[in-house]
Design a protein around this ligand. Sequence first.
Ligand SMILES: [Zn+2]
Length: 132
Amino acid sequence: MRVYLFNNLNIGELMDVYEQETKLYKALMHPVRLAILDLLREGEECVCHMEAAFGYRQAYISQQLMVLKDAGLVEVRREGLNIYYRVAHPEIFGVMDAMRMLTGIRPTPPAAANVCTCPRCTGEHEVPLIKL
Ligand SMILES: [Zn+2]
């Protein structure tokens, strides 16, 4: 993600830029969405994996993923019956890590390997998963 420097913006153009930033912050402003992003730090995961990891219904997780996708923070890939999400811009982790310098706590998402039936957890995945 490139960062462009703009000079001589009028106030409307300036607020448009802040509006873009606000959209990203709003997408981050939810505990489950932060947890999902943390789960995606190492690379893509299928929705069923997130369901197993967090114990929430798939519909609820999909709802949160849509917010992240609409903000451009995650990308989606279908493979058979599985839907995989990955972080579109790993730079977002820098924002989350900066916030954690204020809270002093860095949470770790729960492991799902014991209860998850996704292709990765069951070792049935033939194609290597896309890593960051
Ligand atoms: Zn899994």
